[in-house]
Write a protein of this length. Structure first.
Length: 264
């Protein structure tokens, strides 16, 4: 065996081993292919008379249909599709991302996107463990992307954040930095599906202990599709300089060993 190559390979594996803990891990990544839902995605449907959720196997999306309802102080029986919020610890980061598409030409009284709330199934609402919604909004003026509070319409430490956008389809991304005592920072982004770059809507700091991140619909004549749903956890990473020192240290150790071998 070529010991030089073996030593270089060992250093490479060591470096990767040091770096891998700081990479993202997909807790849920689904584009709704196939005939069944991902096992990490759960449907919370309190009242089928208000709305239901189904997997559209022909168009490969998650379909919300029904008469719908408003969501202000209470959930009003609206359905959610949820997964557990990643457990990353204080200083850790997790993200949620989806694509929302309204399927008909109705242009008002509908809001769909991302939210967080607390279980068990059937719970949720401003006074029941849900503080805000981040969504494609065709209810308020102007139509576009909005961050809204529930109950008082002023989530966290922020007033409403909004961006006018004339579209029936948008991608939404929420990046959450976990703080002590659930004092979390939410950075919010959006883009059209045809765009490569994300646009920042703004950020909000909010204290909550919610355990679920969900797709939701608020409004009437529910007919909306979600084309994918990704939830990713990221461990707290060291500063870039620290990573460089770790890699240099690993390389320095290998180089010292090789020099000693040549001198022997």
């Amino acid at each position: 065996m070529d010991h030089k190559l073996n030593s270089v390979g060992s250093w490479t594996v060591l470096s990767l081993g040091l770096l891998l803990p700081f990479c993202g891990r997909a807790d849920l990544a689904t584009s709704f292919q196939g005939s069944t839902l991902d096992s990490n995605l759960h449907l919370d449907i309190p009242d089928t008379g208000v709305g239901s959720i189904s997997l559209d196997t022909a168009n490969h999306n998650l379909l919300f249909t029904g008469t719908g309802a408003d969501l202000w102080d209470t959930r009003n029986g609206l359905p959610y599709a949820w997964t557990a919020i990643p457990q990353v610890g204080v200083g850790g980061v997790w993200s949620a991302e989806t694509e929302v598409h309204f399927n008909d030409l109705q242009s008002d009284a509908r809001i769909a996107g991302l939210t967080t709330y607390s279980g068990p199934d059937g719970s949720g609402g401003a006074s029941e463990g849900q503080q805000f919604t981040f969504s494609l909004d065709q209810w308020d003026d102007p139509n576009g992307v909005w961050l809204q509070g529930l109950g008082n319409n002023h989530p966290g430490n922020s007033d409403n954040l909004s961006a006018a956008l004339d579209t029936d389809t948008v991608d939404l991304r929420m990046i959450v930095t976990v703080g002590a005592l659930n004092d979390n920072l939410y950075d919010l982004y959006y883009k059209l599906p045809t765009d490569s770059d994300w646009t920042s809507l703004g950020s909000m700091e909010d204290v909550d202990g919610n355990d679920r991140v969900a797709l939701f619909f608020k409004g009437y004549d529910m007919n909306v599709s979600f084309n994918y749903f990704n939830v990713t956890s990221v461990s707290t990473a060291p500063e870039p300089g620290t990573l460089a020192l770790i890699s240099l240290g690993a390389f320095g150790g290998w180089f010292a060993r090789k020099k000693s071998q040549r001198s022997a």
